[in-house]
Ligand binder design. Structure first.
Ligand SMILES: Cc1cc2nc3c(=O)[nH]c(=O)nc-3n(C[C@H](O)[C@H](O)[C@H](O)COP(=O)(O)OP(=O)(O)OC[C@H]3O[C@@H](n4cnc5c(N)ncnc54)[C@H](O)[C@@H]3O)c2cc1C
Length: 468
């Protein structure tokens, strides 16, 4: 089979690239080995986990808020089977949606495992070879497993394994306090599990803003999630009552199930990149420039196999950009405004620099304003006042550098910061613009006002580093 553009992998990076290339008139083939399109994100990542997040949120609302708001529903109870059916239905709808979009746009889906045979051919297991003029590699990533004795136990599962559970474990140990580990810890605690997080580093979600990570830990501990930081997992042993997980120099916890969430590696081996001549690193993935072009000019790489973000939305944008360039247009990825959502309770969402990064880059020329959701009317009405918005800007021109948010629905609010950063807005643009009242988004404007020393709805503090 001949085509203009061949895309290896049908996840967010690959299916977006394929659709865009077809829209631009290229004869496009996408090779995907799974039974459905959508990749990790739609099958076993973003979508099913957030379907569970929604169940957890509904439980919380029923447990903590309905009564306060005057809505009587009786004692809420988790029906895990129904929740799983809901999760499967959402996944099914979205994966079928991608197949429908392929049809609508004229993308041909070749089912099977693909492997580059040479610079213009992909061999497909059990099918015809695909020859191409341009190729886009979008093979994604796979879960890593640290070499801990006993980790091969059937009770130690990765995120995909956890998503297939048909019963809520009474005791869940979570190895790794990164984003995936924290999201599942938050969900399963709400589902009724006793949850223990074991993290080697001194904080949760190590790549994120210090203060946001600290707030998450505080709220987790308040909810009753046990967090062990600076604790290396030493051994996992099977016992009659479950697993015994030893960590941090002799401490131990018993668990019925352990989630191993210690990061994901790029899927770059066994796909024939050597035959293609593309440079790659087994740990860092395929090297690609801002056009998503690899070391071989007619081959592009997008998503988890070729970058450090490991986010669906970076894969989406990279897919669009690779397709534009593969079809002769000129497009680049701009990474300044990458939103970083974390769907824990409380949610976290950041964009731009963290406060630490801002201070490292701009020294004393950094001003920060923080506005608590406890002073926001909409948050009060929703009985959800945990958290805050932190606005970070540089003092000389007022350029907005970052937004860090912890609290209700911040993963939906963060887009305002994305647009502001992409537009190189100043803090005044955000603070002096109007925010609809009463909304949670007012907290973003108000954080900007705090940073400028002109807060209205909280008392003003003297700004650190402000010029008189
Ligand atoms: C539990 C979990 C939760 C997550 N939650 C979020 C979230 O809330 N928000 C977010 O932005 N990101 C989230 N992510 C990350 C997100 O899923 C990934 O960043 C995203 O899926 C990457 O897209 P991709 O196209 O690069 O790769 P993938 O989605 O992994 O797709 C790659 C595709 O390539 C196929 N493939 C690989 N090799 C071959 C081959 N040789 N032949 C044929 N097909 C092949 C695979 O089957 C797969 O379908 C989550 C991830 C996990 C694991």
């Amino acid at each position: 089979m001949e085509c203009d553009v061949a895309v290896l992998g049908g996840g967010p990076g690959g299916y977006t690239a394929a659709i865009r290339a077809a829209q631009l008139g290229a004869k496009t083939v996408c090779i995907e080995k799974e039974e459905v399109l959508g990749g990790t994100c739609l099958r076993v990542g973003c979508i099913p986990t957030k379907a569970w997040v929604q169940t957890a949120y509904a439980l919380k609302e029923a447990q903590e808020t309905f009564g306060k708001l005057g809505v009587k529903v009786g004692g809420p109870e988790l029906d895990f089977a129904a929740s799983n059916a809901w999760k499967a239905a959402v996944v099914g709808q979205l994966t079928q949606g991608v197949a429908g979009l392929f049809k609508a746009n004229g993308v041909e889906w070749v089912k099977g495992v693909g492997r580059f045979r040479d610079a213009h051919t992909i061999a497909v297991e059990g099918g015809d070879d695909v020859t191409f003029k341009q190729a886009i590699v979008a093979t994604g990533s796979y879960p890593l497993r640290p070499p801990v004795p006993g980790i091969d136990s059937k009770r130690c599962v990765d995120s995909t394994g956890l998503l297939t559970q048909e019963a809520v474990p009474g005791r869940l140990a979570v190895l790794g306090g990164g984003i995936i580990g924290c999201e599942f810890a938050s969900i399963f605690h709400r589902f009724g599990s006793q949850v223990t997080i074991i993290e080697m580093l001194p904080r949760l979600i190590p790549q994120e803003d210090d203060e946001a990570a600290g707030e998450l830990r505080k709220q987790f501990e308040k909810r009753g999630i046990t967090v062990h930081l600076e604790s290396r997992c030493e051994q996992i042993a099977e016992a009659q009552s479950g697993l015994v997980v030893t960590f941090g120099g002799g401490q131990a916890v018993e668990a019925d199930l352990m989630l191993v969430s210690t990061g994901r590696g790029p899927l770059v081996e066994g796909i024939g990149l050597e035959a293609l001549g593309v440079r790659f690193d087994p740990k860092k993935g395929i090297g690609a420039d801002e056009h998503r072009r690899t070391s071989v000019p007619h081959v592009y790489a997008v998503g988890d196999c070729a970058g450090y973000w490991q986010l669906a939305h970076t894969a989406f944008r990279e897919g669009e950009v690779a397709a534009e360039n593969a079809c002769g247009n000129e497009a680049v990825v701009d990474n300044r405004g990458v939103p970083r959502p974390i769907y824990t309770d409380p949610e976290i969402a950041c964009v731009g620099l963290t406060e630490q990064e801002a201070r490292e880059q701009y020294g004393d020329d950094v001003l920060v304003g923080k506005f608590p959701f406890s002073a926001n009317g909409r948050a009060m009405m929703q009985n959800d006042t945990v958290g805050w918005v932190k606005s970070i800007h540089e003092a000389r021109y007022g350029e907005l550098l970052g937004l860090v948010m912890v609290g209700p629905h911040v993963t939906d609010l963060v887009e305002a910061g994305v647009v502001a950063l992409d537009a190189e807005s100043t803090v005044e643009t955000v603070a002096d613009g109007m925010a609809a009242h009463p909304t949670l988004s007012e907290a973003i404007k108000e954080a900007g006002l705090v940073a400028l020393g002109r807060a209205i709805h909280v008392p003003n503090k003297k700004r650190v580093g402000a010029k008189a």
